[in-house]
Design a protein around this ligand. Sequence first.
Ligand SMILES: [Zn+2]
Length: 263
Amino acid sequence: MKSCYLVDTHAHLDMSPLGHNISAVLERAAEQGVRQVITIGIDQKTSARALEIAREHPDVYSSVGVHPHDAEGTDATVIDSLVNLARENLSKVVAWGETGLDYAKEYSPRNVQKEVFAMQIDAACALGLPLVIHARDANEDALAILSSRLKQGCTGVFHCFSGDRAVAERVLDLGFYISVTGVVTFKNAEVTRDVVRYVPADRLLVETDAPFLSPVPFRGKPNEPARVRIVADEVARVREISAEEAACRTTENAQALFGLPVL
Ligand SMILES: [Zn+2]
């Protein structure tokens, strides 16, 4: 099998400490064979910054979107400006998100989260961009809204997937991908490892969610894209495939979903 590089499909390169020296972060990633990174926006300001970072670094791509934490105060004007930002930069903006529902922290009221999520599904589908879904303690409602709202051919990924096999089945039925973070290395994450075993090879993605969710043995320390290598190696171990195969398959999937160039 050919040698495959890895893609970190979800990082926040603008956030501290990554944002202090992004070139060094990308160099350390490259040393681990991580050659493409998607940096994710969580509101208007960070979406603009994510795009700026993507334009400064040839192998970095970005998303635009509003995190459910920031749903309150987000109106059609905000969404329209993000639509325009994406539309003018479609060679670099490869996804819409992260968007979704977070009932664990519930920083914005649930009804507002739902409304802003629905608006973003419409925007992503109109642009033809895949959705990056953040769902915490909210898989049921997220699936219900997606089912009623998604247009034909519109798809995406459940990032940092937190459900069990039954939820995964419904996500897959909707045509979505499932992405796992360093959580898959945590001792108490048997349900996530079970999902990793279950997801078809052509629907699984890996990500860091850096600077959050560092895998073991770096748990609790700031995370960075280089460590998606650890996530992919754990996926390989759990699925009983070679590390090489895990890298090849997850990278092919990232390229298929986000339309990334093949290096
Ligand atoms: Zn994130």
